[in-house]
Design a protein around this ligand. Structure first.
Ligand SMILES: *Cc1c(COP(=O)(O)O)cnc(C)c1O
Length: 456
């Protein structure tokens, strides 16, 4: 792992992720606190320092030549390489057993760069309607104007529906491992098998699950994206995103010419153009996303935000365990409540996703659940105004418990067809469980039910 790297490789981040060894023998909990950071390389600072610098003094003309030709590692300019950001990238890679991540300034940057990177030569994305609203809008309203088309399967639970929809232009299947708000679980192994049958990649948005509950690479995913704004950071203090790759997919095929085409900007010291596969064979996907999209579209994560995310990561296991137990307790409470029509949480008996939950999420199904409130929109408005502890906001994975009415807020993008396809009724309330005491959370919901249905 990264602490075993040569000093030259530390505190840098200019070369591409695959140049670092992902091997490590430590457990997830240890890696989330330690990976990617060696105090001896940072004046023995115990905590990861925040390197607030735009640029770096180059160590002579020869060193500059080597760094600008990707022959030598070292920071040049903080749009592409910053030591604080590099620690976060290495730590996320270690937590997945993959090459170092590419972190970006938002989850949307991670989603859009990943999709562009896969399909930017007139390709097509195959997905379903159970997506974060911003991702669905990007796919259906932004990428088509950039020459990237899309197909949406009707039955998101049927891997063969994806198989039938893959055409010559398809470059990726894109799904969320746990969707939101309905907390539907994707059958990642089956979808990876379908994708690989056709020589295309499976991209998984693993934001809701977090790498602690699920590592999609264990089941054949090729690329994983995150909004690190959510549970990875866990405190609602910064916007950030990440792209990771397995390092196992063969991009040297006709579907993906962008990875094997020599580019002038990647030329060697003899001015011979090289491809991204020549330069970063172990991590071509994230390396190209960095060389093309981070370089030129520039959604750089700042070092202070990287520091906040690193702080959050240190307690990922502890936070998510507590959120899962809070979510399970609140789900059971809601399921037995008279004014609740239905509850969606994958591990609840009768959810329809218990088998997938057992397979993919043995530690629990995350911090989000949704339920249908009797009385429709008027009751929802009263309920949301009545809760005192749950904060009404468009975020998830925070240490604080949150509440929202998705159809009128986070999922405002969806038209009637999409709402019907994902079966998101107007009376849906989504909760994101935080770290408060479960008795206080349930008491708050109790009093909100009482206030909502007082006159009835
Ligand atoms: C929030 C979210 C995003 C977008 O992330 P930002 O950090 O808000 O840009 C993408 N996917 C999922 C599943 C999310 O929850």
């Amino acid at each position: 792992m990264s602490t075993e790297q040569s000093p030259d490789n530390q505190a840098s981040g200019n070369t591409f992720p695959g140049n670092q060894s992902p091997g490590n023998q430590w457990d997830f909990d240890t890696l989330s606190v330690r990976a990617g950071y060696d105090p001896a390389q940072h004046l023995h600072a115990s905590s990861v320092p925040i390197y607030e610098t735009a640029s770096y003094v180059l160590d002579g003309a020869d060193a500059a030549d080597a760094m600008f030709r990707y022959e030598q590692d070292g920071p040049i300019y903080s749009r592409l390489s910053n030591p604080t950001v590099s620690v976060l990238q290495d730590r996320l890679g270690a937590l997945h057993g993959t090459p170092s991540a590419l972190v970006l300034s938002s989850g949307m940057a991670a989603v859009s760069y990943a999709l562009l990177n896969a399909a930017d030569r007139g390709g097509s994305i195959l997905t379903n309607y159970r997506l974060y609203g911003g991702s669905l809008d990007t796919i259906t309203h932004v990428l088509p104007h950039l020459g990237i088309s899309f197909d949406i399967v009707d039955d998101a639970d049927d891997p063969e529906a994806y198989d039938r929809a893959i055409g010559d232009r398809t470059r990726a299947i894109f799904v969320e491992s746990i969707s939101n708000p309905q907390t539907v679980i994707a059958d990642i192994e089956a979808l990876a098998e379908v994708a690989h049958r056709h020589g295309i990649i499976l991209i998984v948005d693993n934001t809701v699950a977090t790498p602690y509950l699920l590592n999609p690479f264990d089941y054949g995913a090729d690329v994983v994206v995150y909004s690190a704004t959510k549970a990875i950071s866990g405190h609602g203090t910064a916007i950030a995103g990440a792209i990771l790759e397995s390092g196992r997919f063969n991009y040297r095929t006709d579907r993906y010419p962008q990875f094997s085409e020599p580019a002038w900007v990647l030329r060697d010291l003899n001015d011979v153009p090289r491809s991204i596969l020549d330069i970063a064979p172990q991590a071509p996907f994230t390396s190209r996303a960095k060389a093309v999209y981070l370089s030129y579209l520039g959604a750089t994560l700042g070092p202070f935000d990287a520091f906040l995310i690193l702080n959050g990561l240190e307690t990922l296991t502890e936070r998510v365990d507590k959120q899962v137990s809070n979510a399970e307790a609140v789900a059971r409470f809601l399921q037995s409540h008279d004014h609740v029509e239905w509850v969606d949480y994958p591990t609840l008996p009768g959810s329809g996703y218990e088998d997938l939950a057992r397979k993919y999420l043995p530690r629990g199904a995350g911090s989000i659940l949704s339920f249908g409130l009797e009385g429709g929109d008027p009751a929802i408005r009263r309920f949301i105004d009545a809760v005192r502890l749950f904060s009404y906001q468009a975020n998830i994975g925070d240490a604080k418990s949150l509440i929202i009415n998705p159809v009128r807020t986070t999922h405002i993008e969806l038209d009637d067809k999409a709402l019907e396809n994902i079966q998101l009724p107007g009376n849906t309330i989504r909760l994101s469980l935080g770290l408060e005491n479960p008795r206080d959370l349930i008491a708050d919901l109790e009093q909100a039910f009482a206030a909502t249905f007082a006159e009835a």
